[in-house]
Design a protein around this ligand. Structure first.
Ligand code: EAX
Length: 387
């Protein structure tokens, strides 16, 4: 196993040189010695992996900076994992697209060059349709609704739906509600997007949503976005506040409009083939560590949604909060176009299961009990009718 670890580390360090993007070109360690890394400062990996003591030294990659909650959550997972296995299994985190784009990272798990990753669901559209329900604009109004769906039976079913493609789902981390930033003007109504060149993730539904609103969407890997904004090849991008802030987009974007047009969950995957080689006790440690790191990761998102916005304004960005209704109306056709039993579309069955869960958590919170009780009565009614 040690030989394999060495070859993976050599491959990873070569990748580090090749992919070192706008951020640090070293890993953050998830082992017990990773506490410095947990504070978000990238440090050369000092984990057991680096000293060669680990039996299983896992490499993880993200497109996000070391102080983004994806990386903080994976570092936390690595610390828990190292504790649970007395350092026999470690997790080093390579952020800032050092090991490639989210599509590259997903392929890396399939090829075995990377063991763990945390990605937005959007790029998974290139591999499966089962995550597409999350790409319906405005399907969620609150984090509570999104978390209820991620943590539900259908959420687990979706997370586990790509094992046959070499990706074993471990947990639902979170990226959050996406907002538009740009250099042209505050976006107050969909018409303001007309003619604006906006970067989107590589996802047909995201592009369709921005096309409907009149903008000119360009799919692009995250590692290229900062430079493209700096050079003016694109005017805009859309991401949650923690992504915008930790990537320092305030240096190249003037306006942020809190559209909240999409919610990005962030599944954590381990390479299935690699996971299957682990002894059962280490498999349990991996799944427990991922689950136990999840509440911490979501707390970091909640925190950075607040502190990140303060940082964006103190760094000169202008914030506006547009009315959501006009954007919801403008993108409503996406639902008719993409919810159908066809390849590249959202399964109507998954959609209705997700909608049923959302209905139990109304955004105004007031009718929560009524909704829950009506959902209960309606399902009771259906089951008695079935008798
Ligand atoms: O998943 O590509 C994106 O805009 C994603 O939000 C980011 O890489 C984190």
């Amino acid at each position: 196993m040690k030989k394999r670890v060495l070859s993976v580390l050599i491959a990873a360090s070569m990748a580090v040189v090749a992919f070192a993007g706008c951020g640090s070109s070293s890993s953050t360690s998830g082992s017990a010695s990773g506490s410095a890394a947990a504070s978000g400062s990238a440090s050369a990996s000092t984990s057991a992996a680096a000293t060669g003591d680990a039996e299983y030294a896992m490499i993880s990659g993200t497109t996000t900076p070391d102080n983004h909650p994806y990386n903080l959550g994976l570092v936390k997972m690595g610390e828990l994992l190292s504790e649970k296995t007395n350092g026999a299994v470690t997790l080093d985190v390579f952020g800032n697209s050092q090991l490639g784009s989210e599509r590259d990272l997903i392929e890396g798990l399939q090829l075995g060059s990377v063991q763990v990753t945390c990605v937005s669901t959007a790029p998974l559209a290139g591999f499966t349709d089962s995550f597409l329900v999350f790409d319906l604009p405005f399907i969620f109004e609150t984090s509570e609704q999104a978390r209820a769906v991620m943590d539900s039976e259908v959420g687990t079913q979706i997370l586990n739906s790509v094992e046959d493609q070499g990706l074993k789902g471990l947990a639902w981390f979170e990226n959050g509600f996406r907002n538009v930033t740009n250099n042209v003007k505050p976006i107050t109504v969909p018409e303001d997007l007309k003619g604006i060149k906006i970067r989107t993730m590589e996802n047909q539904m995201h592009m369709a949503a921005f096309q409907i609103m009149g903008s000119d969407p360009t799919p692009m890997a995250m590692g290229d976005v900062f430079t493209a904004l700096q050079q003016g090849t694109i005017d805009a991008q859309e991401n949650p506040v923690p992504i915008i802030e930790t990537n320092k987009f305030y240096e190249v974007q003037k306006y942020i409009s809190m559209t909240g047009h999409l919610f990005s969950p962030a599944p954590v995957f381990i390479a299935k083939d690699y996971y299957d080689t682990l002894p059962a006790e280490y498999q349990t440690a991996v799944t427990e560590a991922a689950a136990e790191a999840t509440p911490y990761q979501r707390e970091q998102i909640d925190e950075q949604n607040v502190t990140g916005l303060e940082s964006l304004t103190s760094n000169g960005m202008e914030v506006n909060e547009p009315e959501k209704a006009p954007f919801q109306e403008a993108t409503a056709p996406i639902y008719d176009e993409y919810i159908k039993d066809e390849t590249g579309c959202v399964s109507p069955d998954i959609y209705s299961q997700v909608e049923e869960i959302i209905a139990q958590y109304p955004a105004d919170g007031a009718a929560a009990t009524d909704a829950a009780s009506s959902a209960a009565t309606s399902s009771a009614a259906t089951s008695s009718a079935a008798e």
